[in-house]
Write a protein that binds this ligand. Sequence first.
Ligand code: NDP
Length: 265
Amino acid sequence: MSKKLFAIFGDPVSHSRSPLMHNSVFKKLNYKACYTRVRLEDGTKLRETFFDLKLYGANITVPHKEAAFKACDEIRGFAKEVGVVNTIVREGEKLIGYNTDADGFMFAIKDFKNIRSVLVLGAGGTAKALSKKFQLEGMDVTLLNRSESRLVSYREDGFKTFTFEDFKPIAYDLVVNTTSAGLQDEAYPAPLKLLTKTLKECNYAADAIYGKVTPFLKLCSELKIESIDGAKMLLGQGVLASHYFSNKELELSDIEREMKHSFSI
Ligand code: NDP
């Protein structure tokens, strides 16, 4: 039997650890599959590229998660709540879309205690998934974004929303950076003065970005705030995605064990 091919789509995508994580699981658990990366500029080309490459499944990262939702024939589970897809699995000629980011994040913050209020920085695909998940978990959720346009739909869904111009910092249990500020540059996700004032009042912080100490995380450590980077979230979403990729043939606990090893490679 030939190997099944999987890929991650994004732009940029060269920084992604997903190929390493998934390939090490496939190899260690003797699953006949291989995982690669595809840089995709135009999200509307996702579906045809998926079929052209004869893929069995894919993960989707910045900036195509909303396009991935549109590319699917059927959406299952939490992805239906948020309109954002980070995992696609092929069933025959149909593309099935899932979202494993939010559950991956809950896995990442399981050691943070008594989180009742959260400030989410950013209003893109990741923010959408996480804020909805926090809301479903009964947390009080506020969004702060650079531009106003993306906040409109959040307001309609009952979230408190602010731009840098009208935000007044108060105490939040958790501040989460879901922006891509700091991914390829040294930018802060919000103006430094505003961010410092906000972080000083919070208990915990988390950054969705992994693989580097972002200016946001540097600031957290200077202010002595307990924080995590995106590696744990990445692990959680990857474990769940691999479970779907293998049609649940691979056990979650086995996937988690092997995928964790790939983080020390
Ligand atoms: P999107 O492109 O959907 O959204 C990006 C958001 O970042 C927007 O709200 C945008 O604001 C904001 N933004 C971008 N640049 C800046 C800046 N310089 N200053 C302030 N705000 C900025 O991206 P995603 O939600 O898909 O991904 C966001 C980040 O999360 C990425 O860095 C990605 O790598 C990371 N991620 C990590 C995961 C993990 O497993 N650890 C999983 C998923 C994502 P505006 O509306 O004004 O443009």
